[in-house]
Design a protein around this ligand. Structure first.
Ligand SMILES: [Cu+2]
Length: 174
């Protein structure tokens, strides 16, 4: 009884080693393909060094119909070499602000939005957006609302932007 079980154990060990070797080969192949095929991309990446550098543009809040909630839209552009995460937003206008994504026709709350290195995050009607809940008042068209954006992996970690309230049916040009 002992010899067969020892043989089984040996076989198992050998199979394990083969499996590990195969995984390494796959990883190495993946790595090699990445470095050899992307010299143009690595040139671009070389110019995108350092921390996230963020700018906010095109921000607006469509005038809400009620005081229960309003949406908030903007674009965050990252000209730095590190991705940043928008983790929360605060504003004097609302008791709280959540980050929503749109899946089909339903909105879903998410923990954060990523602003990729050298890329941008766009919040807009029908897509990702801010949800301002329990407004302290119903803002009028032309009012300015301060939004403070809180980021991970960015310096400074917070940015305050002054956002105009637009007509309820406003759509940005372009
Ligand atoms: Cu929403």
């Amino acid at each position: 009884m002992r010899r067969p079980s020892a043989a089984v154990a040996l076989t198992g060990g050998a199979l394990g080693a083969v499996a590990v070797a195969a995984t390494c080969a796959v990883l190495l192949a993946g790595c090699g393909a990445g470095t050899s095929g992307a010299s143009g991309a690595s040139d671009a990446a070389a110019t995108l060094r350092g921390p996230a550098r963020l700018a906010v543009s095109g921000a607006y809040i469509p005038r809400p119909l009620l005081t229960d909630m309003a949406a908030g839209y903007f674009t965050v552009t990252n000209s730095g070499g590190t991705a940043a995460r928008l983790t929360s937003v605060t504003t004097p206008l609302a008791a709280h602000v959540t980050l929503h994504t749109t899946v089909g026709t339903t909105m879903r709350q998410v923990e954060s939005f990523t602003v990729p290195a050298g890329g941008s995050l766009t919040l807009g009607s029908g897509g990702d957006h801010l949800m301002l809940e329990n407004l302290v008042r119903r803002p009028a068209v032309g009012d300015k609302v301060t939004l403070t954006l809180h980021f991970d992996h960015a310096t400074p970690a917070t940015m305050s932007v002054t956002v105009p309230v637009r007509p309820t049916t406003y759509t940005p040009k372009g």
